[in-house]
Design a protein around this ligand. Structure first.
Ligand code: ADP
Length: 168
C-alpha cells in the first residue's frame, strides 16, 4: 500500500490544488492532504477553516484524509508511514523553491522522496493569493475555486478586506 502526502498552506484551497489532489488520489492507495503552518507566512483563513474547506471540496474522493500539523513535514511523514510527498509545479518560478524544499526534506529524512505533478494548462495560473485579491475587490471567483466553497470564500474575504480598510 502506497501512501502519499500533499502538504501546503491551502489558504484557501483553489481549483489548482484540487486538480493536483484528484490526479494524485488516482496514483496512490491513500492520499493525506495536510495543512502545514509556516511560521514565516501570515494567513487569511484559520487552520480549522482551511481543513473544513478542503474536506468540503474532496468529499467525493474515497481514499483521502485531511489533516493539519504544526511541526516538520518530515516528522509527520515518519509518524504516519508516508511513502511519497506530492507537490504541484505551476511554472519555472515554482521550481527553485520546490527543489530546495525537496532536498531539505530528503536531507532531514532520506526516505522522504518528492514527486512533482505539473499543473494542468487550465489551472496553472491560479494561486491562493490571486484568489484572495480577486475576492477582496468583489471579483467573480467561480472559475478559480470549487463551486461548493465559492460563496463562503467570497463573503469571508470581502469582510476581511472591509476590516483592513477600516483599520487604515
Ligand atoms: P505552500 O505555502 O506550501 O507553497 P500552497 O497552498 O501555496 O502552499 O501550495 C501547495 C502546493 O500546491 C505547492 O506545491 C504549489 O506549488 C501547488 N500549487 C498551488 N497552486 C497550484 C496550481 N494552480 N496548480 C498546481 N499546483 C499548485
Amino acid at each position: 500500500m502506497k501512501t502519499a502526502i500533499y502538504p501546503g498552506s491551502f489558504d484557501p484551497v483553489t481549483n489548482g490544488h484540487l486538480d493536483i489532489i484528484r490526479r494524485a488520489s488516482t496514483m496512490f492507495d491513500k492520499l493525506i492532504v495536510v495543512v502545514l503552518i509556516n511560521p514565516l507566512k501570515s494567513y487569511s483563513f484559520s487552520i480549522p477553516e482551511r481543513v473544513g474547506l478542503l474536506s468540503k471540496v474532496t468529499s467525493d474522493i474515497k481514499n483521502i484524509e485531511i489533516d493539519s500539523y504544526d511541526g516538520l513535514l518530515t516528522d509527520y511523514f515518519k509518524q504516519h508511514n508516508v511513502d511519497v510527498i506530492v507537490r504541484g509545479l505551476r511554472a519555472t518560478s515554482d521550481f527553485e523553491h520546490e527543489f530546495q524544499m525537496a532536498h531539505t526534506n530528503k536531507d532531514l529524512n532520506p526516505d522522504a522522496e518528492t514527486v512533482f505533478i505539473p499543473a494542468s494548462a487550465n489551472t496553472t495560473f491560479i494561486s491562493s493569493s490571486m484568489v484572495k485579491q480577486v475576492a477582496m475587490f468583489g471579483g467573480d471567483l467561480s472559475k478559480y475555486v470549487p463551486t461548493v466553497i465559492h460563496e463562503e470564500i467570497s463573503t469571508r474575504l470581502k469582510a476581511e478586506f472591509e476590516r483592513q480598510l477600516n483599520r487604515k
